[in-house]
Ligand binder design. Structure first.
Ligand SMILES: *Cc1c(COP(=O)(O)O)cnc(C)c1O
Length: 497
């Protein structure tokens, strides 16, 4: 057996990793405790392993994983910032981690206070009247926000509005959420500066103004560029009777500097697992609270955390509420982490974080601009997008560059997104990186640009230094083989990770 096999194919019949305490109750046959129809005929095929085998297995897996605690992770749009360990300490406190969602209000006053105050902090950050903390992710916030917008229009007798305008650089979740919410989407082209093309917007509003339910936008957008026309865009959409939805997954650039509410937005979601630092990726857990302007408050899901002179309590939603969008109060421990993040940074700290995120992105962009094409050459916000077109002409794609970065212990940037940039490399350093780290990244990217000219084969065969080389990425995502199964193996296994 190779070491590799030893990591996976472990155990032997009868081997145990735990010693159970001696039974101090009279022994009774299982069939007396569990109805016979629920009993197995044969014991379940479970792994039988010793403690050291389990420890080595998981430690080994953890070493194969790339995370923000391992190295630089400039995955654009995902805001992979460092997650301060104090967040984990707070989320692990028994008073938070071990309470039950249905415990009586009087028993969980501290937890309710956290939710009550967090809602207020987030509303202040976003410039909104109130928030719901229920949505479990950004996309969940989007659909909740669109449901609110629909309820609002219906209540005003404008339920026929069935179109949602979305700029062509938008995150894929925006059109997906709009479609799921039963809206038709209209794509708005970008102008040469990377913002919304005002003439196109005017044209769409002239033709469909009365059918527009909302415009969904992120600002700064996915090119990392701030749309300076936002106030005018908001004015025109409102004039046509539409609402403005802010995709606030990219709020890391704006904390304490500007607020979606001040730009004219009516609904905002914030990705707490990005902006407020919670380990994320691989599907969760997250939190995508949404905030609304005053006219939408009656439609919010309930209950909402409230406070009286007797203490904190849950206030039921009113008759216009769209209803619950998630059980209990949302992903509570993610909310505790976000609360800790906000409290430990304070208003000045949050603003400083955004300023540093923007500074770091501009530093990288300017340092590497001679080596990679920059289709939108403007001061950026928290991220920017290069095109690898120049390297592609030499036979090296954005994907190849991404793979080569792995050899240097650097997580690749987001590739092939936004769709409006060919061979896109979307780079978001975040505020938490040191200048030394940024300089290593610059040197590495320059080296790869040189290799593309001098030794393209080196890049095309990368990664050379990782445990696993190139994968069939679709299969790896769609059919990952992550499960141990007794004897029978899945027929079409993609990769062991
Ligand atoms: C990450 C992201 C989303 C989706 O958020 P999830 O929490 O993954 O659902 C939406 N929009 C933008 C711009 C994002 O970066």
């Amino acid at each position: 057996m190779s070491t590799e096999q030893l990591i996976f194919e472990q155990g032997a019949p009868g081997r145990r990793g735990v010693t159970l305490p001696l039974m101090d109750l009279p022994e009774r046959p299982l069939s007396q405790l569990i109805p016979r129809e629920f009993l197995r005929e044969e014991p379940a095929p479970l792994p039988e392993v010793s403690e050291i085998e389990v420890v080595r297995h998981y430690t080994h897996l953890s070493q194969r994983n790339f995370g923000v605690d391992v190295g630089f992770y400039p995955l654009g749009s995902c805001t992979m910032k460092y997650n301060p360990k104090i967040n984990e300490d707070m989320a692990a406190l028994a008073g938070f981690a071990r309470i039950h969602p249905l415990e009586h209000e009087s028993m969980v006053q501290g937890a309710l206070q956290v939710l009550y105050e967090l809602e207020r902090f987030l509303a202040e950050i976003a410039g909104m009247a109130r928030m719901t903390l229920q949505p479990a992710a950004g996309a969940h916030g989007e659909i909740t926000g669109l449901m609110l917008i629909r309820a609002y229009h219906e209540q005003r007798g404008a339920g026929h509005r069935d179109k949602v305008l979305i700029p062509d650089g938008a995150h894929g979740t925006n059109p997906a959420s709009a479609t799921l919410a039963d809206y038709q989407t209209i794509t708005l082209p970008s102008n040469a500066r990377g913002g919304v093309d005002m003439e196109a917007l005017e044209g769409v509003l002239a033709e469909h103004g009365d059918e527009v339910a909302a415009l969904m936008m992120t600002n700064p957008n996915t090119l990392g560029l701030f749309d300076e026309n936002i106030v005018e865009i908001a004015r025109r959409v409102h004039q046509a009777g539409g609402q403005l939805y802010y995709d606030g997954a990219n709020a890391n650039a704006i904390l304490g500097l500007t607020r979606p509410g001040d730009m004219g937005f009516d609904v905002v979601h914030l990705n707490l697992h990005k902006t407020c630092s919670t380990p994320h990726g691989g599907g969760g857990p997250g939190a995508g609270p949404i905030g609304v302007a005053a006219h939408l408050v009656p439609f919010l899901p309930g209950p909402l955390p409230a406070k009286s002179k007797h203490g904190y309590y849950w206030e039921d939603a009113g008759p216009l509420s769209i209803g619950r969008v998630r059980a209990n109060c949302g992903n509570f421990l993610v909310l505790v982490r976000a609360y800790t993040y906000i409290r430990s940074n304070g208003p000045d700290g949050l603003r400083h974080a955004s300023e540093s995120a923007v500074l770091n992105a501009n530093y990288l962009m300017r340092a590497l601009q001679a080596d990679y094409d920059l289709p939108y050459d403007r001061e950026c916000m928290h991220e920017f997008v290069f095109s690898a077109d120049r390297q592609k002409a030499l036979g090296v794609s954005a994907m190849d560059i991404a793979k080569r970065l792995l050899d240097f212990g650097i997580h690749p940037p987001t590739t092939y997104f936004p769709l409006i940039v060919h061979e896109a490399l979307m780079i978001e350093p975040t505020e938490t990186e040191t200048k030394e780290t940024l300089d290593v990244f610059i040197a590495t990217m320059r080296q790869i640009a040189r290799e593309a000219v001098e030794r393209p084969a080196l890049i095309l065969e990368a990664p050379h230094e990782t445990v696993i080389g190139r994968l069939d990425q679709t299969l790896a995502a769609r059919k990952p083989d992550l499960r141990w199964e007794a004897e029978k193996r899945p027929e079409k296994s993609a990769v062991r990770v």
